[in-house]
Design a protein around this ligand. Structure first.
Ligand code: NDP
Length: 295
């Protein structure tokens, strides 16, 4: 049966290091500041934004949440981005996605100062990740790397199969694992909705990372014995036994796959907490860069 890796255990070590770095910044008169812009009232986004704010406060960082109505215009949002780009007390910020459909996400991302782009979505930061010289790492893939390190997984030479090719998870995950160096040097395959014989490929994975948003898509017969299985997916499914009438599940059939895997992450409680943790790491890094405080 697999070892179950919890995000809270992995993040505890990262947070301990971040606290030291935040203290060092504060001793030089710099309080790392993170702003989150939330447009509209998407319930999932509200939860993520609240968690980000709570974590900033717990770490003693400055935290601002800017709530804008669902009918915000492109011009109003771009003006807010411009204001945050110029605000010296805000070292990093993000615009929570998805945006209401009338807004142009790409234009917004392109307008964020790359030095403050803690989500690592700006094309110049994405490019830096690809060439192996990153300023920031995208939070979710970076969180997955921390999980692999904590689980003692030797990634070098392993076949990592990534299910999903989004710009925020699948593609940057592949770009990170294929680099030369520690916790990398993998042989990487990306599969997606047009892939033929997908289970044949997932069964070849030493490390299987799944980010598609389909509840319990990966079943035990799609997993090799002893594989490391990282479940990024978060899907709300009906559950009449839960007081809410629903619950969160991953993209992996956890109960059955854990019997076959060597290491597995649960949903909730696996990758999710790591994403917030690595966002905080990016905000601290942005403050260090801005204030030229050496780590
Ligand atoms: P997207 O919807 O942007 O991308 C989904 C990807 O999955 C696409 O590449 C799509 O392929 C692929 N896909 C969809 N269905 C299938 C299928 N049947 N077979 C193979 N591939 C398929 O999703 P995200 O990457 O943004 O998110 C994925 C999941 O991860 C979601 O559940 C999301 O909530 C979760 N997530 C969790 C985070 C966390 O912190 N825990 C952070 C970010 C995301 P194609 O490109 O061909 O359409």
């Amino acid at each position: 049966m697999a070892e179950v890796i919890l995000g809270k255990d992995v993040s505890a070590e990262v947070y301990a290091e971040l606290r030291t770095r935040i203290e060092r910044l504060k001793s030089k008169g710099v309080t790392p500041g993170l702003a989150v812009v939330l447009v509209g009232d998407d319930p999932a986004s509200q939860v993520y934004v609240r968690k980000k704010g709570e974590m900033c406060e717990e770490l003693g960082m400055k935290s601002i949440t800017i709530r804008m109505p669902a009918d915000t215009t492109q011009e109003q949002l771009m003006a807010k981005v411009d204001e945050l780009n110029k605000d010296d007390s805000i070292h990093g910020f993000l615009v929570q996605l998805p945006l209401p459909s009338h807004l142009d996400e790409e234009a917004v991302i392109n307008a964020i100062d790359p030095n403050k782009d803690v989500d690592c979505f700006h094309p110049s930061n994405v490019g830096r990740v690809l060439i192996g010289n990153p300023d920031f790492l995208p939070a979710t893939p970076a969180g997955v790397v921390q999980i692999l390190i904590k689980a003692g997984v030797d990634v070098s030479g392993k076949h990592a199969v990534i299910v999903g090719r989004s710009n925020i998870v699948g593609k940057p995950m592949a770009a990170i694992l294929v680099q030369k160096g520690a916790a990398a040097d993998a042989t990487v395959t990306i599969v997606h909705s047009h892939t033929k014989n997908l289970p044949e490929i997932t069964r070849q994975a030493d490390i299987l990372i799944v980010a598609i948003g389909k509840p319990r898509f990966i079943t035990a017969d799609m997993v090799k014995d002893g594989a490391v299985v990282i479940d990024v997916g978060t899907n709300r499914v009906e559950d009449p036994t839960s007081p809410k009438g629903s619950r969160l599940v991953g993209d992996v059939d956890f109960d059955n796959v854990k019997e076959k895997a060597s290491v597995i992450t649960p949903v909730p409680g696996g990758v999710g907490p790591m994403t917030i943790c690595m966002l905080m790491a990016n905000a601290v890094k942005a403050a260090e860069k801005a204030s030229e405080v050496k780590q």
